[in-house]
Design a protein around this ligand. Sequence first.
Ligand code: FES
Length: 84
Amino acid sequence: MSHSPVHRAGDSPIQVDLVEGETYTWCACGRSNSQPFCDGSHQGTGIDPVVFVAEKSGSVWLCMCKQTGTPPLCDGSHNKKKVE
Ligand code: FES
């Protein structure tokens, strides 16, 4: 049984307002205290945040369970059964 270094930061996605052209850093490790964004807590985990530029202004659902296949966006993975 492998132990995932990724933590669930939440059980449902979080809606955030993005501004077109702005750069965001999505927390991939689940340890940040500034969810859904990275605060540097991933240090030493071997996990890097996902840096992205908003293509348009508006709200999006960012993944909080950190299991999404389409980071940083929610793909519904939080509803899937947790396999450990
Ligand atoms: Fe989680 Fe940086 S704190 S990726």
